[in-house]
Design a protein around this ligand. Structure first.
Ligand SMILES: Cc1cc2nc3c(=O)[nH]c(=O)nc-3n(C[C@H](O)[C@H](O)[C@H](O)COP(=O)(O)OP(=O)(O)OC[C@H]3O[C@@H](n4cnc5c(N)ncnc54)[C@H](O)[C@@H]3O)c2cc1C
Length: 497
């Protein structure tokens, strides 16, 4: 397709990467990125990049990926509750400062011939171009202005988070809680430069209010940092911070918003990255999704003769991957929201829960890569010696033999698809009174995974919960049992043993 002018609204990772790829594919076109911010100022600290990102980006543009990897910092992962700590040699985790990532992508965009215009906020109606890529982020004004065409839905998470940093390099990534007189805060922290680490802190609404942060949030002017919260948390996390300071960058408590849009295009405008969709930060995939959108959009524009067909092809390619990650991210968000309730669990068992939380990693696979942690975690679960835990290939069945059977008093509760946010609150509020429940619902894997998570929320109320699971999803059932999200499972369908 012949394009003479391409305007990109937003110079975040999605917009900059799209601009470079599009300029390379349409060398005669004028490609302009409008970025409202100036120079090297941006929000946030470091972002994590999963290894898979790297493979996709390498295939699309080896040079920029190599530069990103060179500027990033690899790290291992650990979880620490009190003095109990486990370390996971992951080998694939990387993090990079957001500002560094943007400067690399700016350099590569300019090198390809893209014009970058900083300090210029633009609306779709203010630019004249054959193609307008709206990569204007989670607060996309483009999406809002044409909401009737993009048909967005935005769901707010229950918990609150604060994106801060610290001025030293943590020895590894660490997930660690701090309990104060007001409640529990949890840090997701990881190093991303020789003198910087991300220190993202979450809490629940009650704790947030008890600590007075509803007030400090209210009193912090737009664009400034909530220093009251930072001072308090610096003390609460003094140990993992090794006495260092927490630093802010327009840092305020927020609730994560999951954005979905029924359509990602309207006329000659196409949404990309956070403007089109978001996925909870705890799976570290937002940047990857935005950059992968850029790859798919570029390919679709090359392969089609008109914008409408290209945009349709772009959506067909990206939607399944985006929706898959969004459902993983939603489960991960719920897992983190529930974290404070699990802090009495031995950390090795907690790590099993963490790794299997979203259904991406099975218990068996985790046991193959982290034998000692899984042995210790399963021994804690079963109340036996680590030496009595079988080899990785046998852990699924071994765990399942220890699951509870259905109590006679169990009341059947049907859990619908995608039960999060409003629906889950309603389900919990409408739960018939009982000391035991049996959760039923669709046999789709996504629905089963959701059901296993809902089980954990009900267990918190002191009831015992068993979940119906199709027999072929034994691995998912075992992971949920081992991490005490559910007391027992009832297998259904063909292949039942
Ligand atoms: C707390 C937190 C932690 C995160 N951690 C990770 C992580 O570890 N790994 C990861 O991959 N992702 C992470 N993310 C997600 C990641 O930051 C985003 O998904 C990613 O930045 C999306 O890129 P984007 O280009 O779509 O949008 P953005 O990065 O938001 O960029 C949008 C840009 O558009 C500009 N803009 C907006 N409107 C206009 C306009 N009208 N005109 C001109 N410019 C405009 C903005 O100034 C901004 O620079 C995290 C997000 C949060 C909130």
């Amino acid at each position: 397709m012949k394009l003479d002018t391409i305007a990109v609204l937003g110079g975040g990772p999605g917009g900059l990467y799209a601009a470079r790829l599009l300029k390379k594919s349409h060398p005669d076109a004028t490609v302009t990125v409008y970025e409202q911010g100036v120079g090297d100022q941006t929000f946030g600290f470091g972002v994590g990049l999963a290894s898979r990102t790297q493979r996709n980006l390498r295939d699309a543009d080896e040079a920029s990926l190599s530069a990103i990897v060179d500027a990033a910092l690899p790290h291992e992962m650990s979880m620490k509750v009190g003095d109990d700590e486990v370390r996971l040699a992951h080998g694939e985790l990387l993090a990079i400062g957001r500002a560094t990532l943007l400067s690399v992508l700016q350099r590569f965009a300019v090198e390809a011939g893209v014009e970058l215009r900083f300090g210029e906020r633009r609306a779709v109606t203010e630019v004249d171009a054959d193609l307008i890529v709206a990569a204007d982020g989670i607060n996309s004004a483009t999406r809002t202005a044409s909401a009737d065409q993009f048909r967005p839905s935005i769901v707010e998470g229950e918990g609150l988070y604060l994106w801060c940093g610290t001025d030293f390099q943590l020895p590894s990534a660490v997930f660690t809680p701090a309990t104060t007189e007001h409640g529990t805060f949890v840090a997701h922290a990881y190093p991303y430069a020789a003198d910087r680490s991300t220190f993202l802190i979450e809490t629940d609404e009650q704790t947030w209010k008890r600590a007075g942060f509803d007030v400090s949030t209210e009193q912090t002017p737009a664009g400034e940092t909530d220093q009251t919260s930072l001072d308090y948390l610096q003390e609460a996390f003094a140990e993992p911070l090794h006495g260092h300071k927490l630093i802010g960058n327009r840092t305020k408590w927020l609730r994560f918003r999951t954005v979905r849009c029924e359509s990602w295009h309207a006329g000659n405008v196409v949404l990309l990255g956070d403007a089109a969709h978001t996925a909870h930060y705890s799976i570290g995939s937002g940047t990857k999704l935005a950059m992968e959108d850029a790859i798919a959009l570029d390919r679709a524009l090359l392969a089609n003769d008109d914008l409408e067909s290209a945009f349709a092809a772009y959506e067909v390619e990206r939607r399944p991957a985006v929706e898959h990650l969004q459902s993983i991210a939603e489960r991960s968000m719920v897992w983190w929201d529930e974290f404070p309730y699990r802090i009495d669990m031995p950390v090795a068992q907690l790590m099993i829960g963490y790794m299997t939380r979203a259904g991406k990693v099975s218990l068996e696979r985790f046991a193959e890569t982290a034998q000692t942690i899984v042995r210790d975690g399963l021994a804690a679960f079963a109340g036996c010696a680590a030496a009595d835990v079988p080899a990785s290939s046998e852990v699924t069945e071994w765990v399942l033999t220890q699951a509870q059977s259905v109590p006679e008093s169990a009341v059947d509760v049907e859990v619908g698809d995608r039960p999060w946010s409003v629906e889950v609150r309603k389900l919990l509020a409408d739960l018939p009174l009982s000391d035991a429940y049996r959760l039923t619902g669709s046999d789709e894997r996504e629905a089963v995974l959701d059901r296993l998570d809902v089980a954990e929320l009900i267990r918190r109320r002191g009831a015992s919960v068993v979940v119906e699971v199709p027999a072929e999803l034994r691995a998912d059932a075992a992971a949920a049992v081992a991490s005490e999200r559910v007391d027992g499972v009832v297998f259904t369908g063909a292949g039942l043993t």
